[in-house]
Design a protein around this ligand. Structure first.
Ligand SMILES: NC(=O)c1ccc[n+]([C@@H]2O[C@H](COP(=O)([O-])OP(=O)(O)OC[C@H]3O[C@@H](n4cnc5c(N)ncnc54)[C@H](O)[C@@H]3O)[C@@H](O)[C@H]2O)c1
Length: 322
């Protein structure tokens, strides 16, 4: 198959490209390198089944050429990361709403299957577990910029479902929960790469808030496997599905674990949210996915244990700094 991966130079995208190429697909990437890196895909350049276009998904004419020559689209390009979205609110909304609208419009014009990346952030301030795809969603006010990412991704979900219902567009929306592994950057507020880099430098490991908020962390290789299975799944068109794991850990425990696994001399320090993100910030205390629907659709759920993922990611960062 010829597969267009938007945002393919990013963390999940580049790992996805590697796997698609390995499975014999032809892959075309469009990425503007706003948060992605050429070095993530440099090893694929020159491969006969790989093509890279350095442009924005907001360029509709370039997107049209790429969609026309593909058999399916995996739409990952987005402004990502709490810190990035808070610092770039307007550009983030443009990419995350207008960019997805362009991708959906073109997928519909050429009648191509499109998988749309969404996020566990859309669940908002829930504290119950597990979160099911048809749960209600609870957000804070629009003055709290953090929610703009969730709201924009939710608009993407509504748009994809609307195209499916009115135009029969073949679309699946997948909500990724915190995904981690090699190639994730710590530059835009992602907690695991940030902690690992701090620990490797013996700098203080900075936990935001009291560290009692929990998260579930999924290995990028498992997320990629789930996405590829969804791509060829005969069911699920018009559906929303979670991708994640159910194993929970507090952020304070995560910091401790990373300190031990890196044999670091770092101190663990707690920083109030307003110091880390400015005023008007709210965190989500808990985020655990229900995986029933994913399992029913593709017969697979991610299962790499957290320690194994952390060891691989620590190795990646060690190799980068030597
Ligand atoms: N990593 C996670 O934990 C996580 C969790 C939930 C959802 N997601 C979703 O998965 C997708 C991939 O995220 P990621 O973690 O790989 O982040 P990433 O920042 O590494 O990847 C996003 C890619 O999109 C590119 N991009 C951004 N704006 C663009 C534009 N206008 N035109 C072209 N390219 C553009 C970036 O340069 C980057 O390469 C995103 O849609 C994100 O919302 C990720």
């Amino acid at each position: 198959m010829n597969i267009l991966v938007t945002g393919g130079a990013g963390f999940i995208g580049s790992n996805l490209c590697d796997s698609l190429i390995e499975k014999g697909h032809n892959v075309s990437v469009i990425d503007d390198l706003s948060t992605g890196f050429l070095e993530n895909i440099i090893h694929l350049q020159g491969h006969p089944g790989f093509k890279y276009t350095n442009d924005t998904i907001l360029n509709a004419s370039v997107m049209e050429e790429l969609v026309a020559e593909s058999d399916a689209i995996i739409h990952l390009a987005a402004a990502v990361g709490v810190k990035y979205v808070i610092e770039n609110p307007l550009a983030s909304m443009e990419t995350n709403i207008r960019g997805t609208e362009i991708a959906l419009q073109l997928a519909n014009k050429y009648k191509k299957r499109i998988l749309v990346a969404s996020t566990s952030e859309v669940y908002g301030k829930h504290t119950h577990a597990p979160l099911k795809e048809d749960d209600n969603l609870i957000y804070g006010p629009p003055s709290t910029m953090r929610w703009s990412y969730a709201a924009a991704k939710l608009v993407d979900e509504f748009a994809a479902i609307a195209y499916h219902r009115t135009k029969k567009l073949d679309t699946i929306i997948f909500r990724c929960f915190n995904t981690i592994g090699p190639r994730q950057t710590g530059l835009y507020g992602m907690v695991v790469p940030r902690f690992i880099q701090q620990a490797l430098r013996d700098d203080p490991i900075t936990v935001y808030g009291d560290g009692q908020q929990t998260r579930t962390f999924t290995y990028v290789g498992d997320v990629v496997e789930a996405i590829i299975r969804l791509l060829s799944c005969p069911h699920g068109s018009g559906e929303v599905v979670n991708i994640g794991v159910m194993e929970e850990i507090t952020i304070a425990e995560l910091a401790e674990k990373i300190k031990i696994l890196t044999s670091s001399r770092s101190e663990i320090v707690f920083i109030p949210y307003n110091q880390a993100y400015g005023k008007d910030f709210e965190d989500m205390m808990r985020r655990v996915p229900s995986l029933e629907k994913l399992n029913a659709l593709i017969g697979y759920v991610p299962e790499t244990p957290l320690d194994d993922i952390l060891v691989k990611t620590i190795e990646y960062f060690r190799a980068k700094t030597t």
